[in-house]
Design a protein around this ligand. Structure first.
Ligand SMILES: Nc1ncnc2c1ncn2[C@@H]1O[C@H](COP(=O)(O)OP(=O)(O)O)[C@@H](O)[C@H]1O
Ligand SMILES: [Mg+2]
Length: 358
């Protein structure tokens, strides 16, 4: 019962301002695509257009390859969960969840019995007779999820549904999304500004920036092979090391690194994730055991709980003909074992680099 969803060159003007520009994106049936973007990038507008609550200025929305433009919102087989739960305050929890079936003409008894199954799915089977006002924020959001699922949608749209919950509750919600996917296999579009949420939940991430899709691909690709520096930043990448590409290699303070095929010769930024770098202690103050690993001085050590973010000031190797100096960020697991002033070698795991345009 799951459908694919396609945006085909969708644009949306509000007065003179173009809020969505030529958005093309396909969400395969049963997959979960995260739309990741800052506030105001056009995420909700795109979801509203998918659901039929709004219409594109040009372009179209297709469900299973069929143009849905003429299909009214209530007949698209699409359900939406918003950031705010929006439950009916005067109906019990079970009657809130039974509401879509009641609207579809199902008897009260049958609708309630179906609703109970969806409440069990979201682990709120024992809360059926409560009023929405007697629920916590997390429970309310579970009820709205159950109500959306009770409509038996072919596509489920989630518009920042977990962003007002605390972090322990969001982890529970992530587990619930996994369970819903395993049991019902809906097609899901998740809108979020949270890259961790997108990375944990999605099969693929589409990065939306000022109404344009910058890149759409599997989660690791977005992290390790960003198309542009903007995508790297949106995914939380901290290192864009300036240098020069020539003949398939990039040269910078981090040395000479092989990069992806097809890079034109010229200035280029080496994108290397802070998690993909290692530091080698270099207590004698000299260069590390004769190899060409670049060295630098620790300038900052910041604890981030279970991780440490270390900043290292790296200078071009003597004799390299360059006087460049860069601050490189390295994320390490565990407690801080380094201090500002320590001299370290910086090593790039794998030795394969990725560059974007400078
Ligand atoms: N009905 C509207 N009329 C005018 N401008 C709108 C309307 N809806 C959204 N916008 C504008 O479109 C842009 C994108 O909004 P939105 O899709 O809500 O972004 P997001 O969900 O990514 O935060 C914002 O600049 C917003 O002010
Ligand atoms: Mg929004």
């Amino acid at each position: 019962m799951s459908s694919s969803l396609t945006f085909d060159r969708v644009s949306r003007m509000f007065g003179q301002s173009e809020v969505l520009s030529d958005v093309s994106l396909t969400v395969p049936a049963r997959s979960l695509v995260a739309l990741l973007g800052a506030s105001g990038s056009g995420k909700s507008t795109l979801l509203r257009i998918a659901s039929g609550l709004d219409a594109p200025s040009s372009g179209s929305v297709l469900v299973d390859g069929q143009d849905a433009s003429a299909v009214p919102a209530e007949n698209r087989g699409i359900a939406v969960v918003f950031q705010k739960p929006l439950l009916f305050p005067h109906l019990t929890v079970v009657d809130n969840v039974a509401f879509p079936a009641r609207m579809a003409g199902v008897t009260r008894r049958e609708a309630r019995s179906q609703a109970l199954e969806f409440l069990d799915l979201v682990q709120l089977g024992g809360f059926a007779r409560r009023m929405p006002g007697q629920l916590s924020g997390g429970q309310e959001q579970r009820v709205s999820l159950a109500r959306a699922l009770a409509a038996q949608p072919r596509i489920l749209l989630l518009d920042e549904p977990f962003s007002s919950l605390d972090s322990r509750l969001t982890d529970d919600m992530y587990e619930l999304v996994g369970k819903i996917r395993a049991e019902l296999e809906p097609t899901i579009v998740l809108v979020t500004h949270d890259r961790r949420e997108a990375s944990v939940l999605a099969d693929t991430i589409a990065v939306l920036d000022e109404g344009t899709i910058l890149q759409h691909g599997p989660v690791p690709e977005l992290h390790y092979q960003p198309a542009t520096r903007a995508v790297n930043r949106i995914l939380g990448g901290l290192n864009e090391v300036p240098g020069h590409a020539a003949g398939g290699f990039h040269t910078s303070v981090l040395g000479r690194v092989r990069v992806q095929p097809g890079v034109p010769d010229g200035p280029a930024l080496l994108v290397v994730r802070q998690e993909a770098l290692r530091l080698i202690r270099n207590d004698d103050g000299g260069t590390s055991s004769g190899d060409e690993a670049p060295t630098g001085v620790v300038t900052e050590v910041k604890s981030m709980g279970a991780h440490v973010l270390v900043r290292v000031r790296v200078e071009s190797a003597p004799g390299s003909g360059s006087t460049a100096v860069e601050s490189i960020a390295v994320e390490l697991a565990g407690a801080p074992a380094l201090r500002a002033g320590d001299r370290v070698g910086v090593s790039l795991a794998g030795g394969q680099g990725w560059v974007v345009r400078a």
